[in-house]
Design a protein around this ligand. Sequence first.
Ligand SMILES: Cc1cc2nc3c(=O)[nH]c(=O)nc-3n(C[C@H](O)[C@H](O)[C@H](O)COP(=O)(O)OP(=O)(O)OC[C@H]3O[C@@H](n4cnc5c(N)ncnc54)[C@H](O)[C@@H]3O)c2cc1C
Length: 407
Amino acid sequence: MTDSITTDDDASLQDFRREVREFVARSLPHAVREKVRLGLELSKPELVDWQRRLAERGWLAPHWPAEWQGCNWSAERRAAFQEELVLAHAPESGGITFEMIGPILIRYGTPAQQQYFLPRILNQEHWWCQGYSEPNSGSDLASLKTRAVRKTRPDGTEVYVVSGSKIWTSYAQYADWVFCLVRTDTEARAQRGISFLLIDMRSPGVSVRPLVGIHGWHLFNQVFFDEVEVPVQNLVGEENAGWTIAKSLLEHERLNLARVAENRRRLAKVRAIGNELEEGGQPLSQRPWFARRMRALEVRLEALAATVLRFRKRARAGETLGPETGMLKLLGSRLIQDIENLAVDALGPDTLAYDRAAHFEPAVPQAGQSAYAAAASARRFVTRGYSIAGGSSEIQHELLAKQVLGL
Ligand SMILES: Cc1cc2nc3c(=O)[nH]c(=O)nc-3n(C[C@H](O)[C@H](O)[C@H](O)COP(=O)(O)OP(=O)(O)OC[C@H]3O[C@@H](n4cnc5c(N)ncnc54)[C@H](O)[C@@H]3O)c2cc1C
């Protein structure tokens, strides 16, 4: 596989960057660009529309294999692509669908699962959510209790009957399918009795309860399964071997949780705030306290981007990434929080007013106010959760200490 990867010299990368810029300038609606520039949430139709345009250009899942519309790009080209999208204020594509379940099905799915699901992901018929965490199983995920019992129906077909509940399920309100860790053996050691199951959200017995965060944003949900019948063909990998799949997914998830593109986008926003505002008759960007913090954040971002690129090259060369990817998640989440803290410090008391609608539509700023002020506090609260999402910082520290440093 590695010999067919695009190799890039500087000139071809520059040509490619120009091609991406021209594509975005042509294809991205102005209203969506403005929302992304201000750090607001996009609606599902807005995202679907943008992803359709990417798909038409062949760039919706560039990191997938060529047979599934992937582009065989080098790690540098992939990074350049993401950077150009960020610089042009283009939305990021759905991570759970394209970064998680897609790659899992490509690696572990049966040919029938791949033939059924992957085209439906690529044409956006299916949006996915991730059903791992439970009310009493988060950090200690292997203690999960959602039960799947195999039974034969009177017509002879075999199904799993799933009962239990998943929580903090991001975007379940939009999802058509959920990939779940379920317990298929209660006698075996915790990790050995878990299976990886694909469940249609429209199945009888599935219900979704919204959980609105302190920031006013409906990201999370609790999903309930009340004796939901799932065809056995929806099992990925072997029964009771789901933990291996879950672990490989978490390693990839943590690579993405470095959030390089998102960090870049948010830092560009703070840079714009610095250029827009004044303090003591000077542009804020030239005030020593602001400039010093900005420089430090820029250095951290470039170091993180270089480290992610190194990991991606290793992954691209077929290496299995180990627990050291936890480092990227830690660095990326801390960086993004410090960026949002600087935004709030720069904007000052204007960020205190809280306007839920400002999450979704650009607010009309009051005289003398920055357009970035209305959503700034909410954005800062959203990033607090990044210490927890994908495995909490405390757990990452512990894993790094034990498994990487051998302490
Ligand atoms: C933004 C966001 C999006 C999410 N999206 C999803 C999703 O789509 N799907 C999904 O399945 N889950 C999702 N989650 C849930 C997330 O994976 C869990 O919240 C996380 O794994 C922590 O589990 P918990 O909330 O049960 O906290 P707990 O495990 O109860 O931990 C509570 C606190 O105790 C600490 N702690 C726990 N055990 C230890 C230990 N052994 N040593 C030291 N400290 C410890 C933790 O660090 C944490 O601070 C999301 C979470 C967030 C914040």
